[in-house]
Design a protein around this ligand. Structure first.
Ligand code: SAM
Length: 294
């Protein structure tokens, strides 16, 4: 395929827009990619080959879908906007390995769609330029459903990508970093200028690459309890763990008892949540969980 024919160019995108009288819906996070080189870089980071099945969320007019169709075995693309379905039929007519699913990804039964469209045991990767207004709910759904996928490569808001990939003691580190890194190894692989989108978004973008873990990096007694405790530890970032956790457990323990449990877990209560590693959070959560169970 020649670059002139690619969907992801300003002229081709404008041509499709005019032909179909399409108007962007800001409420659906519609910022379409108009730079083939950026798409090629995304593909490289995603590590796709002809054996791989791919899932895309929000194909738009098919800019990224086209690259996935060329480089992977089969693409399943979830698109919420019904108006885009006939457009995609036309822009992707040269490819017989694309299935467009006209569904809200947050409502869709992804497992079932995967069974329907992919071969059993086939390696599956997710690649997408996500709608920014629901980045976190989408990624958390993909991770918590524990889909049989090996990686997720997504364009998202730069600040959110940094929070998801952040290390302890950095400005961006918080409960979202722990939630994402519990399931994956997270890395920001590239920053992307606003100029490669039509229309241009108000925020900067980055590509985040998530490699799914086969096992969590820490052992926790109860995942819900662990994530609740992590969230509580960051409830007021400037406050110490003593303060945040005393508030979280106020109907179960006195301040003194909270301090004692922290000591038993060998965590200094005068520290702030942002300084704790995932391993330390796990130790803390397991100590409180065992005590609550007694
Ligand atoms: N992939 C295209 C590209 O790169 O040019 C479009 C990306 S655009 C940032 C996001 C796309 O997600 C839009 O096509 C939008 O209609 C779609 N979308 C928004 N919310 C969605 C949802 N809940 N489920 C599925 N698709 C959604």
């Amino acid at each position: 395929m020649t670059q002139e024919k690619a969907i992801a160019t300003p002229s081709k995108t404008k041509e499709i827009l005019h032909k179909h009288g399409f108007s962007f819906k800001k409420s659906l996070g519609q910022n379409f990619l108009i730079d083939v080189q950026i798409l090629k870089n995304i593909m490289q980071h995603a590590g796709i080959d002809k054996e791989t099945g791919t899932i895309e969320i929000g194909p738009g007019m098919g800019a990224l879908t086209e690259q996935l169709a060329i480089h992977s075995d089969h693409v399943v693309a979830f698109e919420i906007d019904q108006r885009l379905v006939p457009i995609l039929e036309e822009t992707l007519q040269a490819y017989d390995n694309v299935s467009v699913v006209n569904k809200d990804i947050l409502e869709a039964d992804i497992q079932n769609e995967m069974k329907e469209h992919f071969k059993e045991g086939q390696p599956i990767k997710i690649v997408a330029n996500l709608p920014y207004y629901i980045t976190t709910p989408i990624l958390m759904k993909l991770l918590m459903e524990q889909l049989p996928i090996s990686s997720i490569t997504v364009m998202i808001q730069k600040e959110v990508a940094e929070r998801m990939a952040a290390s302890p003691s950095s400005k961006s580190y918080g409960s979202l970093s722990i939630a994402v890194q519990y399931y994956t190894e997270a890395k920001v692989v590239m920053n992307v200028p606003k100029t490669v989108f039509m229309p241009q978004p108000n925020v900067d973008s980055s590509v985040l690459h998530l490699t799914l873990r086969t096992e969590p990096p820490v052992q926790v007694e109860n995942e819900t309890f662990f994530f609740d405790l992590v969230q509580a530890s960051f409830a007021q970032r400037r406050k110490t763990l003593n303060n945040n956790l005393a508030r979280h457990f106020s109907d179960k323990y006195t301040k003194q008892e909270v301090a004692e449990l922290m000591e038993l877990a060998d965590i200094d209560g005068s520290r702030r949540g942002e300084s704790l590693s995932m391993e330390e959070f796990a130790r803390l959560a397991n100590m409180f969980y065992k005590s609550v169970q007694k």
